[in-house]
Design a protein around this ligand. Structure first.
Ligand SMILES: Nc1ncnc2c1ncn2[C@@H]1O[C@H](COP(=O)(O)OP(=O)(O)OP(=O)(O)O)[C@@H](O)[C@H]1O
Ligand SMILES: [Mg+2]
Length: 245
């Protein structure tokens, strides 16, 4: 069996909300979820809106505490990228400074070394000199997504959780970002948990797919096989809806 970067077993998680009179209510969102990701694998997570994809991503990254079950990570600092990176980029910083931030946090004190690492990583994601001098609001959606990918790479992760990373982009830019992710996987062996509600996108990039509905994994399989012969009714419905678009 290939080397794993992540193993999730019987994971249940949700949110506690505070109601009237300080009463707490717990709402379970994901239920008994188990899956794993191999080194260098792009695993797709697909499902309709509100099924718990982002919640699962947060639980995988330890941003919310599991109610039950375990998340075992066998790799260095997993990172997350989002649909709209603008909210996570400091508007006052130039992109150069934004990208130096993870290195400062990692204790790389030498400015020259940081500049070198940023230049090298900007090259990998094909961000030019002028983009590095810009502020986040001055970049296009595609360039911003390149910045967030570069920022994740600068943390030297073994796994990147990408939550709808191309959903806000038009199709040509989407194709470029998907190409970039495939290339990074090929060249660096980084694994991805790639979340999308769009099966067409999943088909282009993922090795294997898990399908989620109502917080549960209802089907799992190698991408081509799952698209060719889905077994679950919900997966079939998602696929026929995707064919119409
Ligand atoms: N911070 C929160 N507090 C309480 N409930 C939340 C919170 N975040 C999400 N939820 C609820 O959890 C459920 C799953 O939400 P989640 O964001 O994980 O879905 P999703 O599959 O990522 O949807 P989308 O495709 O729209 O991004 C929803 O019912 C949502 O209302
Ligand atoms: Mg979501």
């Amino acid at each position: 069996m290939s080397e794993l970067v992540l193993n999730v077993k019987d994971l249940s998680a949700g949110y506690t909300t505070h109601g009237l009179f300080g009463r707490k209510t717990y709402k379970e969102v994901i239920k008994d979820v188990s899956f794993s990701i191999a080194k260098g694998e792009i695993l797709g997570l697909v499902g309709g809106s509100g099924t718990g994809k982002t919640t699962l991503a947060k639980a995988v990254l330890g941003l919310i505490k599991p109610e039950k079950g375990v998340v075992e990570s066998f790799t260095k600092k997993p990172q997350m990228i989002f649909q709209d990176p603008l909210s996570s980029l400091n508007p006052a910083f130039t992109i150069q400074r934004v990208l130096e931030e993870p290195l400062i946090l990692r204790g790389i004190a030498s400015k020259t070394e940081r500049e070198e690492r940023v230049r090298e990583t900007a090259g990998k994601v094909r961000l030019g000199e002028s983009s590095l001098r810009s502020r986040p609001s001055e970049l296009s959606g595609g360039q911003r997504q390149r910045v967030s990918i570069a920022s994740a790479l600068l943390c030297d992760p073994g796994l990147i959780v990408a939550d709808e990373p191309v959903s806000a982009l038009d199709v040509t830019i989407e194709a470029e970002i998907l190409e970039l992710i495939s290339e990074l996987r090929r060249d660096t062996g980084i694994s991805f948990l790639f979340i999308s509600h769009d099966l067409n996108v999943i088909y282009k990039i993922c090795d294997r797919v898990i399908v989620m509905n109502n917080g549960m994994i209802i089907e799992e399989g190698e991408t081509r096989k799952l698209f060719r012969s889905p077994e679950n009714r919900y997966t079939k419905a998602l696929l026929s809806a995707a064919l119409e678009t």
